[in-house]
Ligand binder design. Structure first.
Ligand SMILES: NC(=O)c1ccc[n+]([C@@H]2O[C@H](COP(=O)([O-])OP(=O)(O)OC[C@H]3O[C@@H](n4cnc5c(N)ncnc54)[C@H](OP(=O)(O)O)[C@@H]3O)[C@@H](O)[C@H]2O)c1
Length: 226
């Protein structure tokens, strides 16, 4: 059981959790001791998606609600929405996310050239999230290089590492714990400025998928103590 310092179960809100990446992570966290809220632009869509998952999982693991309500009720907020939608969605939870850990996994992609690195205005999507939310939000970049295909089966082992970037050392520790709860190894990859590299790696992995006829290329950091 994952608990906060006060001994209460940690609540994670996954904004855009009705989707592929956030949904895969949400199910893994729910099965591994976190209270998980699925946020959506449409509370009914979130509730319907959670009902499906809960039936599959055989328990009341996930609860759906509107994005701002999920963010308000959470200790940790995870933003898992498409790059184009990210500024508006982050703005919509700004008040509710104040002072909280906000995990951003947005990958800047410029369709149709999704296999070519696209550096957005502002340097990186997660840096823009920090700008929108202001200095009190404890923004952490993570999960950019984990394919949703790998997360699909919650019992499957995942052969990849997760780069975790933030200016807040304590937030990084909590997010590395979240990475482990989702079945991966989290690696402290430095300040939030370094998230540029993690975001830019994903188009490279998408290219590798195509070049080698695979679907879920990932990354491993070598040389770390085991
Ligand atoms: N898929 C992957 O393999 C993968 C891997 C690493 C990182 N990522 C990153 O993770 C984020 C989420 O990826 P995903 O594949 O889960 O995306 P997705 O399934 O296309 O979308 C996730 C959710 O975002 C919400 N959303 C909010 N505004 C939207 C808009 N304007 N258009 C469409 N959906 C909108 C939707 O939820 P509601 O309609 O319920 O609001 C949707 O279910 C992206 O930034 C992506 O780059 C994805």
């Amino acid at each position: 059981m994952i608990e906060s310092d006060s001994g209460i179960m940690v609540t994670v809100a996954v904004i855009g959790g009705t989707g592929k990446e956030g949904g895969g992570l949400a199910v893994r966290w729910a099965l591994n001791g976190y209270r998980v809220l699925i946020g959506s632009r449409d509370a009914q869509r979130a509730a319907a998606r959670c009902e499906e998952w809960n039936q599959e999982l055989g328990g009341d693991y996930l609860t759906g609600m509107a994005n701002p309500d999920a963010a308000a009720a959470a200790d940790i907020v995870v933003v898992s929405v498409p790059f184009d939608a990210q500024p508006e969605i982050v703005e919509s939870i700004k008040a509710q996310a104040a002072g909280k850990i906000v995990v951003d996994l947005t990958v800047p992609l410029k369709p149709p050239h999704v296999r070519t690195v696209f550096l957005p205005e502002g340097g990186a999507a997660a840096l823009n999230t920090q700008r929108i939310l202001g200095p009190t939000a404890r923004v952490v970049g993570a999960f950019h290089n984990v394919s949703a295909g790998k997360l699909k089966d919650p019992s499957a082992e995942i052969d990849c590492d997760v780069l975790v970037c933030s200016d807040d050392a304590d937030a990084k520790v909590d997010v590395i714990q979240l990475v482990e709860a989702a079945g991966m190894r989290g690696v402290d990859a430095g300040p939030l400025a370094n998230v540029v590299a993690a975001e830019a790696l994903t188009p490279v992995l998408l290219h590798i998928n195509k070049a080698y006829g695979i679907k879920t290329a990932g990354i491993r950091i070598t040389g770390l103590p085991s």
